[in-house]
Write a protein that binds this ligand. Structure first.
Ligand code: PEP
Length: 251
C-alpha cells in the first residue's frame, strides 16, 4: 500500500506576516517539482492569507494550527473552518499537545473540532501522544487508544479516509529528544492497529501517520525509513528554510 509521505511544518506562534511570507516563498521554491511527497505549512492565523497567496503557484498546502467546530458566532479567539478555507487553508492541525496541555483541550473538544473540519472539507491532522510520566508509568498504549477513539468518535469510515494522524510523544516536542526509530515504528504500528479495529484493514493501510517530536535534518532519513512512518510534523526545524528544505528532501 503506497501512502504519499507528508512533511508538515508547524510554525506555532512565530513570525510576522512579512517574515512568514519570506519563509513561505523559500519553502515553495524547495517544493517545486516534488511529486512523490506533499509539503504543508501551518502559519499563525495572522499570516494565513498572505502565506497562501505567496505559495499559490506551488504544490505547498496551507493549514490552520487549529479550527473551531462552528461556522460562526460568539466564540472569541476561534477561527471557523469557513474562515480557514477563505484564507486559503486546506488542512488543520487538531489536538496538538500544546492545545491539550497548555490550553486544556480534551478529547471531546478535539473530536468536535475534527468533525467541524471534515464537515467543511478541511483535512484534519489529529495529533496524539503520551507524556513522559505516562510513558514511564506504562500507560502509552492506553493513552493512545483513548486519544484515537476519542478524537474519531462518531466519524464514519468514509470521513475517516481523509484524516491524517500525527504521533507526537509530548516528551519529544521541542526538547531535542527524538523517539528512536524503533519507538516511533512501534507506536505507529499500534496506532494503525487501532484504526483497523475501529474501521477496516484497508482504511488503516491507507491512513497516513506522521511522526512529530524534534525531527531534524539529521534524524529524518532514519525515521522515514520505518514502514509505518508516513511523514513528519516539524516544529522548530520548520522555522529555518535550510533545515526544512533538507527535511522535505529526506531520502
Ligand atoms: C510540533 O510542534 O509539533 C513539534 C513536533 O515540534 P518540534 O519539532 O520543535 O519538536
Amino acid at each position: 500500500m503506497q501512502r504519499k509521505p507528508l512533511i508538515a511544518g508547524n510554525w506555532k506562534m512565530h513570525l510576522t506576516i512579512q517574515e512568514a511570507v519570506a519563509l513561505a516563498k523559500k519553502v515553495a521554491a524547495s517544493s517545486q517539482g516534488l511529486e512523490d511527497r506533499e509539503v504543508m505549512i501551518a502559519p499563525a492565523a495572522t499570516a494565513l492569507a498572505a502565506v497562501a497567496e505567496a505559495v499559490r503557484t506551488s504544490p505547498v498546502v496551507i493549514a490552520g494550527q487549529n479550527v473551531a467546530w462552528k461556522e460562526q458566532g460568539a466564540y472569541t479567539g476561534e477561527i471557523s473552518p469557513l474562515m480557514l478555507k477563505d484564507a486559503g487553508a486546506k488542512m488543520a492541525i487538531i489536538g496538538h499537545s500544546e492545545r491539550r496541555h497548555i490550553f486544556g483541550e480534551d478529547n471531546g473538544m478535539i473530536n468536535q473540532r475534527l468533525i467541524g473540519a471534515l464537515t467543511h472539507g478541511i483535512i484534519p491532522i489529529l495529533c496524539i501522544g503520551e507524556t513522559l510520566d505516562e510513558r514511564e508509568e506504562g500507560l502509552t498504549w492506553e493513552v493512545l487508544r483513548e486519544q484515537v477513539r476519542g478524537g474519531l468518535e462518531g466519524v464514519s469510515g468514509e470521513q475517516a479516509a481523509d484524516v491524517v494522524l500525527a504521533y507526537e510523544p509530548v516528551w519529544a516536542i521541542g526538547t531535542g529528544k527524538t523517539a528512536s526509530r524503533e519507538q516511533a515504528q512501534e507506536a505507529h504500528q499500534f496506532i494503525r492497529g487501532l484504526i483497523e479495529e475501529l474501521y477496516q484493514k484497508k482504511l488503516a493501510e491507507q491512513m497516513r501517520i506522521l511522526y512529530g517530536g524534534s525531527v531534524k535534518p539529521d534524524n529524518v532519513d532514519d525515521l522515514m525509513r520505518m514502514p509505518d512512518v508516513d511523514g513528519a510534523l516539524v516544529g522548530g526545524a520548520a522555522l529555518e528554510a535550510d533545515s526544512f528544505d533538507r527535511i522535505i528532501h529526506f531520502s
